[in-house]
Design a protein. Sequence first.
Length: 254
Amino acid sequence: MKKIIIGNWKMNPRTSREAEGWFSAVAKAVASIKKIEVVICAPFVFLSPLKKISKKIILGAQDSFIGDVGPFTGEISPEMLYGLGVRYVIFGHSERRELGETNELINKKIKSALSSGIVPVICVGERERDLDHGYFDIVKTQINECLKGVSKDAISKIIVAYEPVWSISSTKNRRDATADDAREMAVFIRKVLSDLSSPDIAHKTRVLYGGSVNERDAEEYLSNGGVHGLLVGKASLSTKKFSDIIKICETLGK
């Protein structure tokens, strides 16, 4: 199973010119990469010009809506994105959940993306780690509700990204997560997925770590975190840092 590094640019950069410069720099840095998948999830407005720059980097989106067309002002469907060359889309990121996105809506978006041929990357994670280990129930509920009604076979096509909210850079009084934290939750996520489908399907489903991961701790997460790759936020805005993370993952795969 190929490891995967996904960069989430969030609402960056300011201009298409900057976006093309970043994308081109990463494409040049990873030209010799063979063993892993590299995905950049850019803002909608930059996707079309980025498609023309490199086939080495796979395009991803940061969200999509339900259905193919309809009376949904301001929304963009997965079919539209697929036509632009997008093959991955992030759902349930903590920043969108903070704006009110629910598991029920994420569930509808996941089904729509799957039917359009796009791979959903579902973010799950707790706001804090309580001494009673209630965070396991939080993550289990997120997974169960987000995947409600999704077929067993389709689950293996989905990526689950563990994103502990208490570790992300925008959280007040944040603290670093460890590889042990990631591994503990990766094992639990696969158990939940196994209960929803089968042990074999759960084994085939890629689990990532996200949460202010950078070029300094990437190797530790990839080596000891029990994950198939990383969802990179802030560090993906630096072409050097992001390229370094990609090269670390490639080296570990040799």
